[in-house]
Design a protein around this ligand. Sequence first.
Ligand code: PLP
Length: 649
Amino acid sequence: MTTEIYLDGNATTAVLPAALRAAVQAMEHCYGNPSSSHATGLKAKALLDGVRARARRVLGADRGRLMFNSGATEGIQTAVLSALCAIRERRVAGLPTGSLLVYGATEHKAVPESLAHWNRVLGLDLTLYKLPVGGDGRHDLAALRAVAPDAAFVCTMAANNETGIISDLDGIAAALDGSPALWMVDCVQALGKLPLRLAASRIDYAPFSGHKLYAPKGIGLLYVREGAPFTPLMMGGGQEGAQRSGTENMAGIAALGAVLAAVEEGGTFRTAAELAALRDQVAAALRQALPGIVFNAPFEQALPTTINFSVPGLSSKELLDVFDAAGLRVSAGSACSAAKAAPSYVLEAMDLPAWRSSSAVRLSFGPATDAATIAAACERIVRCGDALRLAGMLAEGIAGTAALDGPLQLTAAGVHTWLVCDAASRACVLIDPQPALAARVDTLLGSHGYRLVARLSTRDGASWPIDGDVLVLGARRLRRIALGSASLCYVLDNADGTPSHAFAGGAETAALAALLPPETLLCPGFEEQSACCTSLRVALAGQNASATADMHLDGQALDALLRAHPDALLVDVREAYEHAAGGVAGLSAVSVPLSRFAAHLPAWLGRADDAPLVFVCRSGNRSARAAECLRRHGYRHAYHLAGGVALAA
Ligand code: PLP
């Protein structure tokens, strides 16, 4: 089993053992309501006051408001509401206010979204101005100086969550000199990583989230400068000096207190120099593993705990998948945007080339990370590089790369390009090549030493390279068949001359059925036609949903099945590099990526023994498609591990 190495500290962190103990202690022995006047309440109040006093020392906030809340998103709302209410009051009183709500182009989405929301709700009709950043990710101070006289409220961050870029807060303060603007600094990524002296600065509002520094989720802090306007977001029982009503999250506050104690007393978190040395070690491993890697933020201006990088020819998803398979948890940009396949707006704001902002990976570790964890992470990073190299995903291939034989499916935006390879002669043809896949195909063929014989299209026959209708690819034969005047189908034959695969683009199944035997496998041009590939017979019959009802196995059912059926074959349908990087939870499995399914399906369907086939992948999606495909073709004993190897491990 691969143990997890968590390198996504900017998204959230594990809870520090001391913080966990403090939370449990609070729940067990200090469960009182700090507003109660009896002894149990007083005990809780003492805990609350103690943590606040410590927070004041750690943040350099001996003056001003410092309230506990649920986290930075709430702190940002409160700051925005406070600033905008103050602007409204000045406007009502006929006093001058600026007209601009200025925010850095690389701010966390919580900032512009809150500005737009409260501007709308309060009917202020102020103008949102996105302050540009330079190529180094830092705010454009000249642009800020230009708008400062008309700025009503300025929002910047102390350090960026995607790149780790540290803002020039002194420069921003100087640019705001003489401006009437209120100023919020999102300090989420700075806590425990950068020295803060809030009360000595002109910062009006500073929100924090405990879970970015080893406290649990659901506890945060908001600092408000002495004399800065304040409007509570939450009204009710008057807790937190009526600044934030609602009974306090005492377990969270106790845990945050333990983290702040660790910051104040030292010994738990690495120093900036130690963290920079760990970062350099990781960067060296990344350079070794991933040739051509570019780092998207200059190290000297970034938090030493954040590394943002892109690798030519590899998407964020491919990198995330191989890292995940190796037990390394990293993310593409921010955690909030990881689920969406959009390019990083932070890197776009830095004007990086499109390929870098759409393929970036963020690796971030917390300041408590130890040298042994980093050493283990580096080993795995190198292993990921080897796995990618072996699968022909990196420009520099290595000898002994596993040969490609038969059809290989490559997909871009739901459209398939097929590569038909003959391992013996190292010859191949491409069917319906797409520009988006050109670099991938070049790398794949270059690293495997394959010769491209033709680039064929199912829409026109002009690129067919010979006079006759049968193209010989080593031991394989590819035939072209015209389907009416506007489309073509390419048919790969078995050694005995019977058709095995039909590369049919968008052709109608009925048209193909008239020409080819029913067991021919369709290799279509579009995703919606078939998830993996489908025989003509099954495509014509349609799906039988009830045949898949019992194919989902949980970890226990998988164990039971493997014990009862020693002949069962476990098939890892993740990409070859994922399989090579991590294996399958200590089980022995063969690697057949979904992209190679068309090549392997005939052999499985031809098995006489009907032994169980169990498919596995990372999350259970790809393996479900694989098992479903086998079931549709009448293979009764096809199963998959629901939830994927993540849940099995
Ligand atoms: N600001 C920054 C810079 C962040 O990184 C985050 C979290 O990712 C937030 C604000 C929002 O914090 P939370 O989701 O804890 O409220």
